[in-house]
Design a protein around this ligand. Structure first.
Ligand code: SF4
Ligand code: SF4
Length: 398
C-alpha cells in the first residue's frame, strides 16, 4: 500500500498497492509516534551521565514550542507521548501544567528519576500517566547513592507507592511501571537483589542496559561489562542467569539490550556493539525513523535521543506531523538504513540489533501494513454484529 495525502493534514489519504518504505505518510490517528520533550536540567549527577561532560548547553523548551507541538498533535494524534529526556521534568517550574496539555491528547508516558519527594499534587498528575519508567541500578542504597549522586533509594520507593495510592484514590488504573538498570563494573554482582526489590515494590518490569562509555564515565572509573576481565564477564553472565531465574519465579518481566545479551552469550561479533563495516548489507533493526521523533530542548527535531537526523529548522517551522516525519533529514536516515549504510551513531547504538536489509524492510512494511489495517479496518469492526443482524432481518433469517 502506498499512502498519499493531498492538501492539508486533515485531507483524505489515498492508497495504492505498493509500499514506499521511505515515506512516512500514514492516515490520521494511525501512526505511533512518541515524542520526547527534553530538558537538560537534572537534580542528579549520575557517574555515567553524558550530559555533564559533553558540553551540553542546558536548555528547556519554550512555552511557544510546547504549544506548537500540542497543536500539531491535536490535529494528528500520536498513540503515545513520552515526556522526558536527558534531564528531569519534575524539577521544572510548571511541569504539571505542561503535562496537563499532553494528558488531553492520549496516553502519556515518562521517564523520571523520582529522586525528589513528590507532593500530593505531583503524585496525582503522575498517577494519570500510562507508564512510568525510573532508574534504579542497585538495591544497595549506599551504592545507588554513589552511582546516582545523591539519590536516596527510600525516596524512590516512597514516590512509587505515593503514585499508586494517588491512582487508586482517583479510581484509576495504576500506571504500569518499569525499572531501568544500567549495568556496569559497579553493580553487575547485585542484579538478583534488584529483581527482588522491583517485585516487592509491585514493579513487574525491569530493563538491563549496557553502559555507554564517554568522558564522564572514564573519569569516574565506571566501565561497561565488555571492558572487564574475562573472569568478571563470566561472573556477570552467571549473575544475569540467576537474576533471570529469580525474575521468572517471582513474575518479574525482564528485558536486556542486545550488547549485554551478546556478552552473556559470548558472541564476540557484537562485543563492542559495533557492527562490521565490511559487510555493506548490514544495517540495524530500528523502526524509530518510521515511528518516533524527539523534540530537543533547542527546539530542533531528531529521530531519537542520539540526535540522529537532527533538523536545521526548529519545531515551529513545521505545519503538521506529516511534515515533521517527512523532513529531508529523517528521510535521509531511512534511506541510509535501507541501503546498508547506517549513520555511525546507529552502528554504535545499544538500542537496535544489527540486522540485514531484508529484515528491516520487512519490519517497515509490516508496520505500515498494520498501521493501515488499524486505521481503516479496525474502527469499522464494531459495526460487523449490527450489519449481520440487519442482514438477517432483511433475509428473514432468525
Ligand atoms: S537522572 Fe538521568 S539525566 Fe539525570 S544525571 Fe542521572 S542519567 Fe543524567
Ligand atoms: S541511534 Fe539507535 S535509536 Fe537512534 S535511529 Fe539509530 S539505531 Fe535507532
Amino acid at each position: 500500500m502506498y499512502a498519499e495525502r493531498s492538501g492539508g493534514s486533515k485531507s483524505k489519504v489515498r492508497y495504492s498497492m505498493s509500499i514506499d518504505p521511505l515515506t512516512f505518510i500514514e492516515p490520521h490517528s494511525s501512526y505511533s509516534v512518541a515524542i520526547e520533550l527534553l530538558t537538560d536540567f537534572c537534580n542528579l549527577n549520575c557517574i555515567y551521565c553524558g550530559r555533564h561532560t559533553d558540553n551540553v548547553v542546558k536548555r528547556k523548551l519554550s512555552p511557544l514550542a510546547i504549544s506548537h507541538i500540542v497543536r500539531l498533535m491535536s490535529e494528528d494524534r500520536p498513540k503515545s507521548v513520552n515526556i522526558g529526556g536527558n534531564g528531569e521534568i519534575t524539577i521544572l517550574e510548571n511541569w504539571m501544567q505542561t503535562c496537563e496539555q499532553f494528558l488531553t491528547l492520549g496516553e502519556v508516558t515518562t521517564g523520571t528519576n523520582l529522586a525528589k519527594v513528590l507532593t500530593d499534587e505531583e503524585a496525582s498528575i503522575l498517577a494519570r500517566f500510562g507508564h512510568i519508567s525510573t532508574s534504579i541500578d542497585t538495591a544497595d542504597a549506599n551504592l545507588l547513592k554513589e552511582i546516582r549522586k545523591p539519590v536516596q533509594l527510600r525516596n524512590i520507593v516512597f514516590n512509587i507507592i505515593k503514585i499508586k495510592e494517588a491512582a487508586l484514590s482517583q479510581g484509576r488504573n495504576i500506571p504500569s511501571m518499569s525499572i531501568c538498570c544500567v549495568v556496569s563494573s559497579k553493580n553487575y554482582k547485585e542484579l538478583r537483589q534488584l529483581i527482588a526489590l522491583a517485585s516487592s515494590m509491585g514493579v513487574n518490569k525491569i530493563h538491563f542496559i549496557d553502559l555507554c562509555e564517554h568522558e564522564q564515565s572514564k573519569t569516574q572509573r565506571v566501565f561497561p561489562i565488555s571492558q572487564l576481565e574475562k573472569v568478571a564477564q563470566s561472573e556477570f553472565a552467571k549473575e544475569l542467569d540467576a537474576a533471570f531465574d529469580l525474575a521468572k519465579k517471582i513474575g518479574v518481566k525482564y528485558g536486556i539490550d542486545h550488547r549485554l545479551l551478546a556478552l552473556k552469550e559470548k558472541n564476540d561479533a557484537v562485543e563492542s556493539g559495533i557492527i562490521s563495516k565490511k559487510n555493506q548489507s548490514e544495517t540495524v533493526l530500528c523502526l524509530h525513523p518510521w515511528n518516533w521523533f524527539w523534540l530537543n530542548s533547542d527546539e530542533k527535531l531528531s529521530i531519537c535521543c542520539k540526535s540522529v537526523g537532527k533538523t536545521d529548522a526548529d519545531v515551529t517551522s513545521f505545519g503538521s506531523i506529516h511534515e515533521v516525519m517527512n523532513n529531508e533529514h529523517f528521510m535521509n536516515v531511512r534511506k541510509m538504513l535501507l541501503s546498508g549504510n547506517p549513520p555511525e551513531k546507529c552502528r554504535m547504538c545499544n538500542l537496535a540489533k544489527p540486522s540485514d536489509i531484508s529484515q528491516l524492510r520487512q519490519a517497515v512494511n509490516n508496520r505500515k501494513r498494520n498501521s493501515w489495517l488499524m486505521s481503516n479496518i479496525v474502527p469499522y469492526a464494531r459495526h460487523i454484529p449490527f450489519a449481520r443482524a440487519i442482514g438477517r432481518r432483511l433475509l428473514g433469517v432468525s
